[in-house]
Design a protein around this ligand. Structure first.
Ligand code: DON
Length: 309
């Protein structure tokens, strides 16, 4: 199989689908991104080779995909048991910024680490005396697991997130009122907004996905970065909650552990086989990349990567 040709075909097949989506505008700086951009990187674990096509070097905001690295860091620092005392592992059936699921179900904890409530709580579990210290650890960890020492904070996105993040503020104050996390609300939100505003490329994301797919051992240097049990748990939550209330449909039709972000990124970690990073900024109504999902669907079928088959 000529993977490079397959990636080019994948992008050709998906290029027009941005027309049925829209870039996120609730964070104004995201609204300026060109919706026609499309890039993909495929990390082949069997042969330890990386293939890339399209806008694979264009930096974009990691957004909710950051919930994967920050959960991994929290797990490495605190252990599985301690983290999952503060956040559950259930799909919500609600949008990523919904307050309803906790209110209706009278939950004591957020339902999973990939909705905003869960991610804010997970951020609060990162050791550090304030936002600056927590974010410093997060950024350094992201550099390590993406194998990219040049990752930086996108200041424009960060300020835009912070200025318009009132829904996240209501979620965080609701949780604080119910004693769901320790620390100062605005300080925790600040490091949450920053974790979402790190610039990445599809190459960075494919490295992260390949590390997860490889059970926590970095395929680029054979060093263990993550405990295997942490990589396993995170992949399983990606299956049940990685694409919010589209996770069930995506799992039954595409069938690979994945996580999306409103910056237009998607990662897929296919155990022992591959890590994939995709970027297509136009989103569907659930907040997932339209072209990204189409591209993944195409590629996964061509390479028989569905983990349930
Ligand atoms: O908190 C927010 O709303 C954004 N910073 C991240 C949301 C996001 O990426 C949801 N994913 N599809």
């Amino acid at each position: 199989m000529n993977i490079q040709k397959l990636l080019n075909d994948t992008l050709d097949n998906s290029a027009d689908s941005y027309k049925s989506g829209h870039v996120a505008t609730y964070i104004p700086a995201l609204g300026k991104v060109d919706p026609t951009l499309l890039g993909i990187t495929y990390y082949d674990l069997k042969n330890n080779l990386v293939y890339s096509a399209g806008n694979d070097c264009t930096p974009f905001a990691i957004e909710s995909i950051s919930k994967v690295p920050v959960l991994l860091l929290a797990l490495e620092e605190n252990g599985l048991k301690n983290v999952f005392q503060h956040v559950d592992e259930e799909p919500t059936g609600f949008s990523f910024n919904s307050i309803l699921n906790m209110e209706i179900n009278k939950r004591h904890y957020p339902m999973n680490p990939f909705v905003n409530t869960g991610a804010i709580v997970v951020n609060s579990l990162i050791p550090g005396k304030d936002s600056a210290e927590r974010f410093d650890r997060i950024l350094n960890f992201m550099k390590e697991i993406c194998n990219d020492p040049d990752l930086t904070l996108n200041e424009e996105i960060y300020h835009s997130e912070s200025q318009t993040g009132n829904m996240n503020r209501s979620l965080a104050y609701y949780m604080k009122a119910n004693d769901m996390f320790k620390g100062d609300v605005e300080d925790i939100l600040d490091s949450y907004f920053k974790q979402c505003s790190v610039n990445v490329t599809t190459k960075d994301l494919a490295n992260l996905a390949a590390l997860l797919a490889n059970g926590g051992i970095a395929p680029w240097n054979n060093q263990r970065i993550l405990r295997e049990e942490n990589a396993t748990v995170v992949k399983s939550i990606m299956v049940t909650a990685g694409l919010y209330d589209q996770s069930g449909d995506f799992s039954s039709h595409v069938g690979v552990p994945s996580k999306s972000g409103v910056g237009g990124g998607l990662i897929s970690a296919i155990p022992q086989k591959a890590g994939i990073g995709v970027f297509g900024p136009a989103l569907d109504k659930e907040g997932n990349s339209v072209a990204g999902i189409k591209a993944l669907n195409f590629l996964v079928k061509k390479l028989n990567l569905n983990i349930f088959e």
